[in-house]
Ligand binder design. Structure first.
Ligand code: MN
Length: 372
């Protein structure tokens, strides 16, 4: 039996607010569906984040309907769990959009389906705060699975496991219930294939570049042969991304950047170039201008300020008013001198020259007296 495992398709997501980027995700999904048809799969399992939101646009809903129809007409069954993006968040509207289709949606009330000689288990996404509940469900699932009479079993989850992303996770490897042939995972956008005891665990990853740190990962899905337990990676073609981190403070930095960008220039047509730029406030406009002119042929150029640098800088100087600003620049002035400069600026700013002259006279008279 041949199963296709796909995940994190995020349909309806409009990256950079571009209609074309929304279309790119549809195109990627359609490539996957067509390949699944070509390989003659028996079933498709989708491990969450089918849609970008739990209330997707009608365009996204209709698109999925058309794509699923192709599978269903060919007798391919669909099993799906809601992910963190498309799981309902309100208990007054507890239905995920998936229920609109002729698919098997696994839920906490209905976490097990029998398909031919395979038991398919799955749970919707559980946020970290509910990981205790998740573990209780997993125990229950482990119990039921241990008494199964079917040949194979699959567990579908949309969670992060510490082994693959140790910074933020809901489950440790040891929390995974034992005894499943295939662990179908979603949520991580990187593609991973791993062996746990005698089983296989896979994260197919996203089908398009959702965030720039995913730009270099292969996009696609897994084909799982449940008879031989062979897993094959199927990749699709997606729009190319160039992700650059640029730092410009000197003329030499600028020259180096220009040379680097000239090297990628012939390949940027139809691509997205995403640049994180670190430069001084004064030269920012000039640098952005030069880069934009150089890469004017790319499909979309995104230049963003180095946010880390920005927040660091903002933390450093807590400028509140004009006096604080003066303190920043004229740091060796006394409190009295600062008051003088502040008042002078105010008089000059309002055009009251007479008051300004009087202020200067008084100031120097006082200073003179003191020094004598
Ligand atoms: Mn996702």
């Amino acid at each position: 039996m041949l199963i296709a495992h796909i995940s994190d398709t995020h349909l309806g997501y409009r990256q950079y607010g571009l209609k074309e980027r929304e279309e790119d995700f549809y195109k990627a999904f359609e490539q996957c569906i067509d390949k699944i048809l070509d390989y003659g799969c028996d079933a498709v399992i989708h491990t969450g984040d089918l849609f970008e939101k739990n209330n997707p646009s009608n365009r996204a809903r209709l698109f999925v309907k058309e794509q699923f129809k192709k599978l269903l007409e060919n007798g391919i069954k669909i099993f799906i769990i809601p992910g963190n993006h498309d799981n309902p968040t309100s208990r007054y509207d507890p239905y995920p959009p998936h229920i609109l289709y002729e698919v098997n949606v696994l839920s906490i009330k209905n976490f097990c389906f029998k398909f031919k000689d395979v038991l398919i288990f799955g749970l919707p996404y559980f946020p970290k705060v509910y990981k205790k509940n998740l573990k209780i469900y997993l125990k229950q699932i482990e119990n039921i699975n241990s008494k199964r009479k079917t040949y194979r079993s699959i567990l579908m989850l949309h969670q992060i496991i510490d082994k693959y992303f140790p910074y933020e996770y809901e489950l440790s490897v040891k929390d995974l219930p034992k005894g499943f042939d295939y662990y179908a995972m979603g949520h991580l956008h990187r593609n991973i294939i791993d062996h746990i005891d005698n089983s296989i665990l896979c994260y197919p990853g996203s089908i398009e570049t959702y965030r720039i740190d995913e730009a270099n990962f292969d996009k696609g899905f897994y084909l799982v042969d449940l008879d031989s337990m062979n897993v094959k990676r199927i990749n699709i073609k997606t729009r190319k991304f160039f992700v650059e981190r640029i730092k410009i403070y000197t003329n030499e930095d600028m020259q180096k950047t220009v040379q680097r960008l000239i090297r990628i220039k012939p390949y940027v047509k139809d691509s997205i170039v995403h640049i994180t730029l670190e430069t001084s406030e004064l030269s920012y406009r000039y640098v952005v201008d030069r880069i934009s002119k150089l890469l004017n042929e790319c499909f979309y150029l995104k230049i963003e300020k180095d946010i880390l640098k920005e927040t660091y800088r903002k933390k450093e100087q807590k400028v509140k008013g004009i006096k604080d600003m003066l303190k920043e620049f004229l740091y060796d002035l006394s409190e009295g001198d600062l008051n003088f400069v502040e008042n002078l600026l105010r008089y000059l700013g309002s055009g009251d020259i007479e008051a300004a002259e009087k202020l200067v006279e008084d100031f120097y008279r006082n200073k003179f007296k003191k020094n004598v």
